[in-house]
Design a protein around this ligand. Structure first.
Ligand code: ADP
Ligand code: MG
Length: 223
C-alpha cells in the first residue's frame, strides 16, 4: 500500500535527456475532477514532464516517483500507463502515413479497453458524434493520421483521441499553441465536455488566453 493522498502525485521527480538533467525535483498533486494549468518559459521542461509522465523512451526518470492511484507508474510501459487511464495530447502530433485516423482510433481504444472492446458500429457512431461536436469533417476518418493536417486539425484530432479513450488523467501539452481563435474555442469546448469528477487534467500552456476558456483550479509555474 502506498501513502498517496491524491489520485495523481509527482514526488521529487528528476529527469534527464541524453544524460542532461532537465527536471530537478518536481512536486505536483492532482485529484481527479481538478484542472491544473502548468505554465513556464520555453525550455523550462514542461514537455519533458509530459513525456516522462507518459513514458517516452527518450526521457529518463532519474529520481522520485509518479503515483497514479497509489501505484508508481514510472515502472510501467507507456501502453500500460494508457491502460491505467493516462493520456497525453502531444505538443507536436506525428503523422502516421498508411494508417487512417479511423484505424488508429479503433486500434488505440481496443488496446486500452482490453476485453471490453467496443463493437465497430457503436464505436464509429460515437466517434462521428464527437467529430460533429468538434466541428470536424467526417472525411478525416479515412485520411492517414495527421498526414497533411493543419496545426489546428492535428490538435482537434488529439482531442478526438482523448474523447475516444476517456482517460482518468490527461496531460495536454500546449494543445492551444498555433491555434486561431476559432480552433481554440473548439478545442476548449472538447476539453470542457470531458472535464468532470472522473478526470484529472494537467493543461500545459504558454499563453494565458487558453485559461479564459479552460478554468483551472490551480496554476503552477515551472522554472
Ligand atoms: P518546454 O516544453 O518547457 O519548452 P522542454 O521540456 O521541451 O521545454 O525542454 C527542456 C530542455 O530540454 C531544453 O533545454 C531543451 O533544449 C532540452 N531538450 C528537449 N528535448 C530534447 C531532446 N530530444 N534532446 C536534447 N535536449 C532536449
Ligand atoms: Mg514544450
Amino acid at each position: 500500500m502506498s501513502d498517496a493522498k491524491y489520485d495523481f502525485e509527482i514526488r521529487d521527480l528528476r529527469a534527464s535527456i541524453e544524460g542532461k538533467p532537465i527536471l530537478k525535483g518536481v512536486n505536483l498533486n492532482i485529484r481527479l475532477g481538478e484542472t491544473h494549468a502548468l505554465m513556464g518559459p520555453n525550455g523550462s521542461g514542461k514537455s519533458t514532464l509530459a513525456n516522462v509522465i507518459m513514458g517516452h523512451p527518450d526521457y529518463e526518470a532519474t529520481g522520485g516517483e509518479i503515483l497514479f492511484r497509489g501505484r508508481n507508474i514510472l515502472e510501467l510501459a507507456p501502453e500500460e500507463r494508457a491502460r491505467a487511464g493516462l493520456f497525453l495530447a502531444f505538443q507536436y502530433p506525428v503523422a502516421i502515413p498508411g494508417v487512417t485516423a479511423a484505424q488508429f482510433l479503433k486500434a488505440t481504444v481496443d488496446a486500452v479497453r482490453g476485453d471490453k472492446k467496443p463493437k465497430a458500429s457503436e464505436f464509429l457512431k460515437e466517434v462521428r458524434a464527437n467529430m460533429d461536436y468538434l466541428e470536424m469533417d467526417q472525411a478525416f476518418l479515412n485520411r492517414f493520421l495527421n498526414e497533411g493536417f493543419s496545426g489546428g486539425e492535428k490538435k482537434r484530432m488529439e482531442i478526438l483521441q482523448m474523447m475516444t479513450l476517456k482517460p482518468a488523467m490527461a496531460v495536454m501539452d500546449e494543445t492551444d499553441s498555433g491555434l486561431d481563435i476559432d480552433a481554440l474555442r473548439i478545442v476548449s469546448k472538447g476539453v470542457n465536455k470531458l472535464a468532470g469528477p472522473g478526470l484529472g487534467l494537467l493543461v500545459i500552456t504558454h499563453y494565458e488566453r487558453l485559461l479564459k476558456h479552460i478554468k483551472p483550479d490551480h496554476l503552477h509555474v515551472l522554472m
